[in-house]
Design a protein around this ligand. Structure first.
Ligand SMILES: Nc1ncnc2c1ncn2[C@@H]1O[C@H](COP(=O)(O)OP(=O)(O)O)[C@@H](O)[C@H]1O
Ligand SMILES: [Mg+2]
Length: 600
């Protein structure tokens, strides 16, 4: 649970809203559809009033039996049929308007949540599992759909019927209505008390479901690893434990609801029977006609049915309130990194001067550990700089900050002399082409995966980029060539093939700043050589920052910067650094002593 709830609002605060108040969070999504809401409301009112008119006709029909006049009776039956027809049509309209509104609003919410989530900086996803976000987008929105699409309209109709029925009851018999009114508070109390419990339990249920979805998502994505370590039983146990917890919460909720139903139904029916009993005596004493009693009883049934439905819906509404709360939480989640209010303009194509000025940074998830510590780096436009150092030194972190996925705690990062914090992230990210340490491949064709680098690129440009990245050969050998499907996360490709697609993507992007994070680590010697010359070609006219473990790949750089524990410990050319001794010379000795490069 710890991971799932770390989104700014803490547990006690969430529990405070015990009512359906959070549903107000839906208002912004409903407001654009005022027209549909009005139509739905109109249909609701019409059908509710028609249901209330039906008993009037029934009374006439009943009393008509005793009073004779066949024509009158025919008229009343005719009227009853007309009302029934109108009621049916009105109900159809109500269903259409209300459900359509619900579907529309839920689609909007889904889109809004996704739009918000896709732009969140990585710190957010450190705290919230993506599976949980998905569960919220799917299950929680479904709950809201059921509320807008049916519960709210059923609730409104029942509220209308309740008050309308009450009024008409009053006109029928003041005495009997007074008796009914005595029953109402007795019915309301258990609804309020148990309803509160139901809401807490349903929130718990949804939280557990979201947690188990997050868990399932993670392990299913890594099913092979799970199996390789024969971890299936444990993963299954963990999932079933979470699911069982969700079930337990659901069971308790259902129990509470069931008890509530028993109490409420019993009270209502006892009340109705009691009132009927008294009414029957009045009819005997000729203080009331049979028709009037029948009419009153129908109203009483309508009204009590409305109360019962409302108590049912109250639980539904509370469930949906919980769902809305969770979605609003996502929609209002604060991002640690935000664009400035008045961003500076950057050139359509920057010169490519990159500067880290005394940057100190720790990942939000690791407050104590400085990933970068007083890091300084200035790269001139067009220069090629290599970052080397042991793993965990902070090399990838340099890229993370250059994308402004995170903000530095101290110091500043700038592009062409403008601090990144003064620019729109989208604007400066367009200037960067990046090959990450673990390339991400999407479940589509190889062609589209490369085109991800520049969506408007033509097929010919994609092929050209693939050739430069030494990817053309293996792509052509696939059954459908460039159109071959590469599987979810590229499972149908080898590590080196994925890297070459990622490199082709970066080449295609054709941005003034090129960032390569161990981009060739999984390549065989031959492909690496091919890619190396492509990268050299590319880096000639652009600023290039390369991270590589194999020093052979970084020797050509204009400058090599040695990083250790987040600090620059040395910098210079390969020859100068070797001469200097120190960390780089040690790394070089380790790598080059098996003869191949020692002489160079
Ligand atoms: N997302 C993250 N959250 C917390 N700590 C991280 C994260 N990514 C990296 N680190 C930590 O930051 C330090 C630097 O990591 P990194 O820049 O990836 O090193 P490398 O030089 O191997 O690329 C390491 O101690 C690593 O454990
Ligand atoms: Mg790294």
């Amino acid at each position: 649970m710890a991971r799932g709830t770390g989104m700014g609002t803490n547990e006690p605060e969430r529990e405070k809203s015990k009512t359906v108040g959070p549903l107000a969070g839906l208002a912004p999504y409903l407001l654009p559809y005022r027209g549909w809401m009005a139509l739905a409301g109109l249909a609701l009112m019409v059908t509710a009033s028609l249901s209330l008119m039906l008993p009037l006709a029934v009374r006439r029909v009943v009393d008509g039996f005793s009073e004779g006049s066949l024509e009158r009776m025919d008229e009343y039956f005719g009227a009853a049929i007309a009302i029934a027809a109108l009621l049916a049509i009105g109900t159809g309209f109500r269903y259409y308007f209300v459900t359509r509104l619900g579907e529309r609003v839920v689609s909007d919410i889904r889109i809004a949540v996704y739009n918000k989530m896709i732009g969140m900086s990585p710190a957010f996803f450190d705290k919230v599992m993506t599976g949980e976000v998905l569960s919220r987008i799917t299950t929680d929105t479904t709950l809201i759909l059921s509320v807008i699409g049916s519960s709210v309209s059923v609730a409104l109709r029942n509220v209308l019927i309740f008050f309308g029925g009450m009024t008409l009851m009053l006109f029928t018999s003041v005495k009997l209505t007074g008796l009914v009114l005595l029953i109402v508070p007795i019915v309301i109390v258990p609804i309020l008390v148990l309803g509160r419990k139901v809401r807490r339990l349903s929130r718990e249920n949804q939280d557990k479901i979201a947690e188990s979805s997050g868990n399932a998502g993670e392990t299913l994505l890594a099913a092979q690893t799970v199996q390789a370590f024969t971890h299936e039983a444990r993963s299954a146990l963990r999932f079933s434990t979470l699911t069982e917890q969700a079930f337990t919460a659901a069971k308790q909720r259902i129990g509470a609801r069931a008890i509530m139903t028993v109490i409420v139904m019993f009270l209502i029916f006892t009340g109705v029977v009691g009132v009927l009993w008294i009414g029957a005596r009045d009819v005997r004493a000729d203080q009331m006609t049979t028709g009037a009693l029948v009419q009153f009883v129908i109203y009483a049934i309508l009204v009590s049915g409305a109360v019962a439905a409302l108590s049912d819906i109250w639980g539904e509404l509370q469930r949906a309130a919980g769902a809305t709360e969770r979605l609003v939480e996502l929609l209002t989640a604060q991002d640690d990194v935000v664009d400035p209010v008045a961003p500076k303009q950057i050139a359509a194509r920057v010169a490519g001067a990159v500067r880290f000025d005394n940057v100190t940074f720790n990942y939000p998830a690791r407050p104590g550990i400085k990933a970068l510590d007083g890091f300084d780096l200035e790269i001139k436009p067009g220069e090629t700089v290599a970052l080397v150092g042991p793993s965990g030194a902070g090399k990838s972190t340099v890229f993370q900050l250059l994308f402004r996925f995170f903000d530095a705690n101290e110091g500043s990062v700038s592009l062409d002399g403008i601090p990144l914090t003064e620019l729109n992230r989208e604007d400066f990210r367009k200037q960067l082409a990046y090959v990450p340490q673990d390339p991400v491949i999407f479940a589509t064709s190889a062609m589209e995966n490369i085109r991800f680098g520049r969506p408007e690129a033509s097929d010919a440009e994609v092929v050209e980029a693939a050739k430069a990245a030494a990817a053309d050969g293996f792509l052509m050998a696939l059954p459908d060539g460039y159109d071959s499907f590469v599987g979810e996360r590229g499972v149908m490709l080898s590590g080196g093939q994925k890297q070459r697609i990622a490199i082709a993507r970066a080449i295609l992007r054709d941005a003034p700043v090129l960032l390569l994070d161990e981009a060739t680590s999984a390549l065989d010697a031959e492909s690496e050589l091919a890619v190396k010359s492509a990268v050299e070609e590319l880096s000639r006219e652009r600023t290039t920052l390369i991270v590589a473990h194999r020093l052979a790949t970084v020797k050509q750089a204009d400058r090599i910067v040695v990083l250790d524990q987040g600090r620059v410990v040395a910098s210079g050319t390969h020859e100068a650094l070797v001469k200097e001794g120190g960390l780089y010379a040690r790394l070089a000795r380790l790598q080059f002593t098996d003869g191949q490069m020692a002489a160079e």
